[in-house]
Design a protein around this ligand. Structure first.
Ligand code: NAD
Length: 456
């Protein structure tokens, strides 16, 4: 048995987290029987996951409420419903995605036939974060199983109720020869990363992303890194600012701002800032009422460390340091509540502009024109998402051609990741690789070339 079992922190379950080497060996043995390869097994597993999500909805909603104060509607929509959507899309198209694709053979090699087939990789590791602890553990799992792999899921220790629920339920519904959950924090993840996997799919921050990639390099294991960063929202003069503000607010304050693709800050172009700020105040009130702490759909900050970090970004006690609070700022450490907060007149050098906010604080930064907005974006790390509110086709074209980001969305933040035919992933500091729908099959398969030439 592994010595690390003794190092499991309080709150983490040891019962379901045995020796990682033994878990991986079990799944390798399972994979090598060939059981995961037939389409029937894959569809069976996906149906079983669907049954888990529908039979255990209440258990999962309670876990999400306990971990992040998520209200039932938001939790259903962004975690359970989201995953069901991905599942159904995959079940509907899997056979077609797995069809061998013919490749044209040049005359010099005729007669011959060439095709591209998708091979499962083997045993893959999915490391999930705490912010959407169900969706970001299960959506990659859908892809891994659909592509015919065995998978170890490592949920986030910072969402302990969801982690425990996954550890208890996944082995009950899915094939235990091919799916395992290993709970735990740094020590357990480090031990897992010492095992040889055929792919590692990590969602979280770039610091740990580097640790994961370095560990993977020792075994030449390919990685997908779904990371974060600051996703800007550009607002051009002339757009409907009331509608713009409503859409920004809905995307920003979802899950109390703890969303990897949340609008991080607004670049208000030209003279839009003052009017936009007023509309943002109205939109927050419309969405969450006079007292957002009383709205059961408004979430809480995951833990005190992140809560204290966010209050630090507000620059409390240092008036004028970060800009003007136009709404929000109210907080309560006892239940890790921070009101939806909008900051105006924010300097690009303010602390809130230096790191990913990952909480309910929305700075508005003024820039004179589109050129400066594009330069502002391009001088910084490539974002996971770039959003723009504009009525101008020229602006849309310029942003498409002159900026680089994981995704680019006009008129609606966050929702692009709910469109299963769109790839979801970052570029540069926001990550590498992509998934969702058919892109998950690419990620979790080897795309194999097959050439077949007769001897005469
Ligand atoms: P986290 O702290 O839950 O960490 C993610 C995982 O890494 C956890 O399973 C954790 O156990 C593991 N881990 C932590 N330290 C480790 C170490 N030293 N060695 C090995 N493993 C370790 O989540 P987080 O990083 O706080 O998540 C927030 C970040 O994730 C943000 O930057 C956010 O933008 C990003 N994110 C990205 C996506 C995406 O899909 N691109 C989605 C959600 C979050």
């Amino acid at each position: 048995a592994h010595a690390l079992v003794a190092a499991v922190p309080a709150g983490a379950s040891t019962a379901s987290s045995p020796d990682p080497a033994a878990v991986v060996a079990r799944l390798k043995a399972g994979f090598s029987t060939g059981r995961t390869k037939p389409l029937a097994w894959r569809l069976d597993q996906l149906h079983a996951l669907r049954t888990l999500l529908t039979e255990q909805t209440d258990v999962l909603l309670a876990a999400l409420r306990s971990d992040l104060g998520k209200g039932p509607q938001e939790a259903y929509r962004t975690e359970i419903g989201f995953t069901l959507n991905e599942l159904d899309h995959t079940v509907a198209h899997l056979a077609e995605w797995l069809e061998p694709r013919p490749a044209a053979v040049p005359d010099a090699f005729q007669p011959a036939e060439a095709r591209v087939v998708r091979d499962p990789l083997g045993v893959v590791l999915v490391i999930a974060p705490w912010n959407y602890p169900l969706q970001l553990a299960l959506t990659p799992l859908v892809g891994a199983l659909a592509a015919g792999n065995a998978a170890v899921v490592k949920p986030s220790e910072l969402a302990p109720a969801t982690s425990a629920a996954l550890a208890r339920l996944l082995p009950r519904y899915l094939d235990p020869q091919a799916v395992a959950v290993v709970e735990g924090a740094v020590a357990e993840t480090t031990a897992l990363l010492e095992q040889r996997f055929d792919h590692i799919f990590y969602t979280g921050n770039g610091t740990v992303g580097r640790i994961v990639m370095a560990a993977a390099a020792r075994n030449l294991t390919p990685v997908t890194l779904e990371l974060g960063g600051k996703s800007p929202v550009l607002v051009e003069p002339g757009v409907d600012l009331a509608a713009t503000a409503r859409r920004i607010v809905r995307g920003k304050f979802l899950n109390a701002g703890q969303t990897c693709v949340a609008p991080d800050y607004v670049l208000a172009i030209g003279d839009t800032a003052a009017a936009l700020e007023e509309h943002l105040v109205t939109a927050v009130r419309e969405a969450y009422g006079e007292d957002p702490s009383a709205d059961e759909e408004y979430g809480r900050i995951v833990n005190e460390r992140h809560f204290d970090r966010l209050i630090g970004l507000l620059g409390e006690g240092r008036v004028g340091h970060v800009g003007r609070v136009v709404t929000g700022g109210v907080h309560d450490r006892t239940n890790r509540y921070l009101a939806p907060t909008v900051l105006a007149d924010v300097s690009p050098e303010a602390p809130v502009m230096r790191e990913e906010i990952f909480g309910p604080i929305l700075p508005v930064v003024g820039v004179p024109d589109l050129d400066s907005a594009i330069a502002f974006v391009n001088e910084r790390d490539k974002p996971l998402a770039l959003y723009a509110f504009t009525d101008s086709p020229q602006t849309k074209q310029r942003l498409t051609e002159e900026t680089s980001s994981g995704a680019l969305a006009f008129g609606l933040p966050v929702s692009h990741l709910a469109i299963p035919d769109l790839p979801f992933g970052g570029v540069g500091e926001s990550g590498m690789g992509r998934y969702h729908g058919a892109y998950s099959i690419d990620t979790f398969s080897h795309t194999k070339a097959v050439l077949d030439k007769p001897l005469i």
